[in-house]
Design a protein. Structure first.
Length: 260
């Protein structure tokens, strides 16, 4: 099942993608819902990102090759993690498929996209075991974890390097039926393939991350965990178009501009 959120005027409504149509529902996938009987063509519907999370986490440094890139760039400031240690992101940075990534005017050119699997929590989680962790997941979507790497070096926190407005494209929907081992992540810039890798080759798997997190924090329906990115691709700049695809889920495509 593919869950979307559609914008109609001032109203945002959940729907289910069925072939080329969207069947609208009252309620949400995180609680009670029922079909309204209204159906529209998917191509005619304006979609926003599929969930506004209550809490927004990212398990960074979660692929071996990406760890090597960051260590080469930053040295001992970013040693390899010995356990899951997700950091937080901000909802202000979220944009939908098709919306524009805006690089701040004073940002240097060292701005990079990162294709990531996004886990969407479906049930309240506290002290969850690894064996039960995946049963608490509603589904998965696609994220682009834009980062300005000079600010990662210079700032004490990631508040602007990772959380500048528009730096977190996410969507286009939440896919509930996913074979994690079959997923393939691809990053394209201006139509050229920059990165391709098996998605489920993380250092810390989804179940381990959820189990570790819920020893200390409660996860709630609608919370999201971005699972990190592999390797590194080239910088993006004004006029580029970035596409993140996870085969088996979907893809998001976003143009890039630099603020004046």
């Amino acid at each position: 099942m593919k869950w979307v959120r559609a914008i109609d005027g001032e109203t945002t409504t959940y729907g289910i993608v069925e072939s080329d149509d969207v069947a609208f529902v009252s309620g949400s996938p995180f609680g009670r819902w029922e079909r309204t009987g209204e159906t529209r063509k998917l191509a005619s519907v304006r979609l926003t990102y599929p969930v506004t999370p209550g809490s927004f986490y990212c398990q960074g440094r979660n692929y071996a090759t990406h760890n090597n890139v960051l260590y080469d760039d930053f040295g001992a400031k970013y040693p390899a993690s010995k356990m899951p240690d997700p950091s937080q992101r901000s909802n202000n940075a979220l944009i939908a498929d098709g919306e524009t990534i805006v690089i701040p005017a004073d940002a240097g050119p060292n701005v990079h996209p990162e294709g990531e699997l996004v886990v969407v929590i479906g049930q309240r989680c506290k002290n969850v075991s690894e064996a039960d962790a995946l049963s608490k997941v509603l589904g998965y979507t696609v994220g682009n974890d834009i980062g300005q790497r000079d600010w990662l070096k210079s700032d004490n926190m990631i508040w602007r390097a990772k959380n500048s407005d528009t730096f977190k494209p996410m969507g286009p929907w939440i896919e509930t039926e996913v074979d994690l081992d079959a997923l393939v992540t691809r990053v394209r810039i201006n139509g050229e393939l920059e990165m391709e890798h098996r998605t489920n080759t993380m250092i810390f798997g989804i179940a381990q991350v959820i189990a570790t997190m819920t020893r200390y924090v409660t996860l709630h329906p609608g919370d999201v965990i971005w699972m990190g990115s592999e390797g590194s691709v080239r910088q993006i700049s004004h006029g580029d178009v970035v596409e993140i695809e996870i085969e088996g889920i979907g893809k998001i495509t976003n143009p890039v501009i630099r603020a004046s």
